[in-house]
Design a binder for this molecule. Structure first.
Ligand code: HAS
Length: 571
């Protein structure tokens, strides 16, 4: 069931070439040794969810003005725990574990060397996570998840994050090796879609994380170690956002893998178009990096022309998401009509609303409609002046990463974890999972809605509760802050339910088999053009775009660099 299929074996089947893609389904299970590695990632990811979620609950309580943190714990310390654990740790571990399972499931089991690399990467990440987390808990690194200079953390915090990145490179490299091996053994054939998508996401991650690696190694580490006294703040932020915006697509693409490939199978349908899915991933590879300056539209020191150029490129990166929306609607409608749905919306009722593998990610998709629309507002040069650094932005990313993305991850965990542990999702756990998704939707609607509205009234983000000296404007925000606390509490209850389901699926659910769903492409979708797998062509365009978008701004920043700033610790 899990042995690699060679091109010789493919020939022996005497199937016409265009039909051989069905043979990819020979791997219907993740290899048991690979499953162990994938599962190790899930342990860390869901521990991060619990602790990070608790930190989030404390935060909304503090911001309501009705609660003070005990034992001298600082607000910014808790905010750093929340952002780092949920934004960086939960996501990175889930993504790498899921992608590893997806590659093993669709391209075949990893070789011993590839798996060993996977474990080395995993343990490096764990060591790095523990080092960074210890510094945050000791209150030596309350610099939030963006670790902006001139806030200065202990050097061990930066070194820990660097280890997480290096570990993730090694793991990503192992996945790419397995994909390359598949292509070598199956010359001339279209590769399994999920494995291809995992490779694109890893490549994007390599290219993007070079920015943060340079920032950490050449700026933050020497500065925090005291080798240099001052830091060029604008350069460090530009390098961070070169990485930071692609980071959000590194989170998003695994959710898209699940939307494109898994969900159609869960609902009993087909993937709308293999070529469209690959094209959208290649467009993400091209446009997710040269757009980071849209996070710096209000910053002095970057010429307006370059800001404008990156805003234009940002509008290009919206296109693959619109393609994805189109593809998902088409998949749902085709399947709903196949099941007998009539009229304009009759197909909608036919979808499997009681299946948590579908419902929970679906809630994520719906949330991405206002989440994405908010992103378009943010990216609009003039409107950004209104919302930048307000809690509107926090509302935006709680709809995107903290709903669209993570609800899709959770929906996937509900079949992936039992698939890896050899257990079954029972109907009781399925109902609990659905309840958690619905609670999440309610909690997030209240919390994120209040954040958006308060942001429009000028409430700042990244800030502790304050009446700002009894100002009238700050008084307007308090009702919304209370609403955030109510929404946040509902979200925390949802997290507890999710953790309960996950614990059941790891240790207590009945033994059995749970499917790793992988959809086939619909007939009539056409043959996938080979150019979509030609990484050299796309790589050249990517490098050209990055050089165009970043060479002059970075040259400008370095050549007009001021004296730089000393480090600050305000906590
Ligand atoms: Fe964003 C700030 C622009 C997407 C995350 N973003 C952030 C920050 C985070 C974040 C974490 O231009 C804060 C960073 C910080 O700490 O400072 N964002 C965009 C744009 C998009 C976008 C243009 N963001 C995301 C995604 C994220 C994410 C995805 C995480 C995963 N964002 C910005 C900008 C800022 C920003 C500025 C800086 C603001 C500032 O000034 O600080 C686009 O990619 C969005 C495109 C998406 C769509 C939606 C398509 C809809 C789909 C769902 C279909 C639904 C179906 C369901 C099929 C156009 C695909 C069927 C439904 C039925 C009802 C049947």
């Amino acid at each position: 069931m899990t042995t690699a299929i060679t091109s010789k074996e493919v020939k022996q089947t005497n199937l016409p070439k265009e039909k051989t893609s069905i043979l990819k389904d020979k791997f219907i299970q993740v290899d048991r040794k690979d499953a162990k590695l994938a599962l190790a990632h899930m342990y860390v990811a869901f521990t991060a969810l619990l602790v990070g979620g608790l930190a989030g609950l404390l935060q909304v309580f503090v911001r309501s003005g009705a609660f003070e943190l005990p034992f001298g714990i600082g607000y910014y310390q808790v905010l750093t725990v929340h952002g780092v654990l949920l934004g960086l740790i939960l996501t990175t571990y889930f993504i790498l574990g899921f992608q590893l399972a997806a590659v093993s499931r669709t391209a075949g089991p990893l070789s011993n060397t590839q798996r060993k690399l996977g474990w080395i990467g995993f343990w490096l990440m764990v060591v790095g996570t523990i080092a960074a987390a210890t510094m945050v808990l000791l209150n030596e690194a309350s610099v939030l998840y963006t670790f902006y200079a001139p806030l200065q953390a202990h050097w061990i915090f930066y070194a820990g994050l660097a280890l997480v990145v290096v570990g993730s490179w090694i793991e990503g490299f192992a996945q790419i090796m397995r994909y390359a091996q598949w292509r070598k053994e199956n010359k001339g054939q279209t590769s399994p879609l999920l494995a291809f998508m995992a490779v694109v996401n890893n490549l994007m991650w390599f290219v993007a994380s070079l920015g943060v690696a340079v920032e950490v190694l050449f700026q933050l580490l020497p500065w925090s170690l005291g080798f240099v006294e001052r830091i060029d703040v604008l350069l460090s932020r530009t390098l961070f956002w070169y990485f930071g915006h692609a980071l959000v697509y590194f989170w998003l693409l695994p959710a898209y893998m699940i939307w494109y490939v898994v969900i159609p199978k869960v609902i009993g349908g087909k993937l709308f178009s293999d070529a469209l899915a690959r094209l959208s991933f290649m467009l993400f590879l091209l446009f997710s990096v040269p757009v980071g300056v849209h996070h710096q539209l209000t910053e002095p020191g970057i010429d307006g022309f370059w800001k404008f150029l990156q805003v234009v490129l940002t509008f290009f990166v919206i296109v693959p998401s619109l393609m994805t929306a189109f593809s998902m609607f088409a998949t749902f409608e085709l399947r709903g009509r196949e099941l007998g749905g009539k009229g304009v919306l009759g197909w909608f009722r036919q979808l499997p609303w009681k299946d948590s593998r579908f419902l929970v990610p679906f809630i994520g998709m719906v949330a991405f409609i206002p989440g994405g629309a908010g992103g378009i507002v943010n990216a609009s040069y003039q409107m950004n002046q209104l919302i930048h650094n307000t809690i509107w932005v926090t509302g935006h990313f709680h709809l995107t990463v903290a709903t669209a993305v993570v609800l899709t991850y959770f929906g996937a965990a509900f079949w992936l974890i039992p698939h890896l542990t050899g257990r079954k999702l029972t109907s009781k756990m399925n109902s609990l999972a659905n309840t958690s998704g619905i609670l999440w939707a309610v909690g997030m609607f209240i919390m994120s809605g209040a954040m958006h509205l308060a942001g429009l009234l000028g409430a700042p983000r990244r800030s502790e509760y304050s009446t700002y000296g009894g100002s009238e404007q700050a008084a307007e925000w308090i009702t919304y802050q209370f609403a955030q606390a109510i929404g946040g509490t509902i979200l925390f209850i949802s997290i507890l339910l999710i953790i309960g389901v996950v614990i059941n699926l790891i240790w207590f659910a009945p033994k059995g088999e749970e499917e790793f769903p992988v959809a086939e492409a619909a007939a009539g979708g056409g043959k996938t053009p080979a150019i979509l797998e030609n990484f050299k062509v796309w790589g050249v365009i990517l490098v050209a775009l990055i050089l165009i978008a970043y060479t002059f701004p970075i040259f400008d920043i370095i050549s007009n660099s001021p004296a730089g700033s000393k480090g600050f610790k305000f906590w």
